[in-house]
Design a protein around this ligand. Structure first.
Ligand code: NAP
Length: 318
């Protein structure tokens, strides 16, 4: 069986794969493949290990006539044409659950960083602008007693809610389906989207990307929010209209933002959002702890091998 990975993987993962398959991988751990390189590389592949920047669309799937499985090294899979894969009898798998806690942690890290102006504080110390103690120096926003609104109350959304409870926050959420069990165990309440936007002191977006959710948060939605609210997006860039977010932040219609994801990744260094002091950013590292990334890699390999051995994968998408 020929397996191709679109990123260079750690040695121990490769060793595991090589016990079972003829393995090839892209030479870089960071640099993505172009579409042309992908089209060429997948020609004889029966299995692909993919990441979220690989455009696995109908054209790429058509270029891989022997393909049986796409094992995505991520929980989100909006880079894959799952409908087309299903039509072609190709199984798609992902890595849910194993990254839930790490991603919820990073979400909270960005939320706290934005609330307490951590980048500006760090800069002040490093640049020698720390003069003395002053009453309202870098005064931030309190979490305790504040309302956190979570859009998308699935695995990670609920893990964020559990963390919020530890900070004595009130948790409200919006999701396409209500989650009565989680409401009970966590102590959260469901509200319509508009109400969540109006009530939230902190808004966390934890939805998957889908075309119908593009720019879910745009100019009108931002206008409903409190002017000192903090928006955190660790889900997917396309869920928020970045131009509208920039204008709201610049014009004082929104307090601050914490962003791990962008519509274009890597985000261009001249992006207007990066000029704002009230924006905390990270390079899409939601799940990036050593333990979680190794678990994700393990699960990706187990899913891939299961399909190639005609068994049911642990975490199928289709
Ligand atoms: P999940 O458990 O599937 O949760 C997603 C939630 O969104 C579900 O509760 C789902 O509702 C809801 N939802 C889906 N489509 C919706 C729609 N059209 N309208 C309203 N609600 C909708 O997924 P997860 O594991 O929490 O991950 C969520 C997303 O986080 C991923 O898809 C990925 O894009 C992102 N993520 C980012 C990072 C990072 O590194 N920054 C890391 C991991 C994940 P139902 O329960 O009714 O299906």
């Amino acid at each position: 069986m020929n397996v191709f990975a679109t990123r260079k993987l750690p040695e121990e993962v490769v060793e595991k794969l090589e016990q079972y398959v003829r393995y090839k991988e892209w030479h870089s751990a960071e640099q993505p493949m172009t579409k042309e390189q992908l089209l060429e590389a997948v020609k004889d592949a029966e299995g692909i290990i993919s990441v979220l920047s690989d455009p696995l669309d109908a054209e790429v799937l058509a270029a891989a006539p022997n393909l049986k499985v796409i094992s995505q090294l991520a929980v989100g899979f909006n880079n894959i044409d799952v409908e087309e894969a299903t039509k072609r009898g190709i199984r798609v798998t992902n890595t849910p659950d194993v990254l839930t806690n790490a991603t919820a942690d990073l979400t909270f890290a960005l939320l706290l960083a934005a609330a307490r102006k951590l980048s500006a504080a760090s800069q002040e110390v490093r640049e020698g602008n720390w003069q003395s103690w002053s009453l309202l120096q870098l005064a931030g926003k309190e979490l305790s007693g504040a309302t956190i609104g979570i859009l998308g109350f699935g695995r990670i959304g609920q893990a964020v809610a559990r963390r919020a409870k530890g900070f004595d926050m009130d948790v409200i959420y919006w999701n396409r389906s209500k989650k009565p069990e989680a409401e009970q165990t966590i102590g959260a309440t469901y509200h319509e989207l508009e109400d969540v936007l109006k009530q939230a002191d902190f808004l966390v977006i934890m939805l998957p990307f889908a075309p119908e959710l593009k720019y879910l948060i745009g100019k009108e939605e931002l206008a409903l929010m409190k002017s000192d609210a903090i928006l955190v997006n660790t889900a997917r860039g396309g869920l928020v209209d970045e131009q509208a977010l920039y204008e709201a932040l610049k014009n004082g219609r929104l307090g601050a933002a914490g962003l791990d994801v962008f519509e274009q990744e890597p985000v261009p260094t001249d992006h207007p959002l990066l000029t704002l002091p009230n924006v905390e950013v990270a390079p899409h590292i939601g799940s990036s702890t050593i333990a979680t990334r190794m678990e994700m890699a393990d699960l990706t390999v187990r899913n891939l091998l299961a399909v190639l051995q005609n068994k049911e994968p642990e975490t199928p998408v289709n």
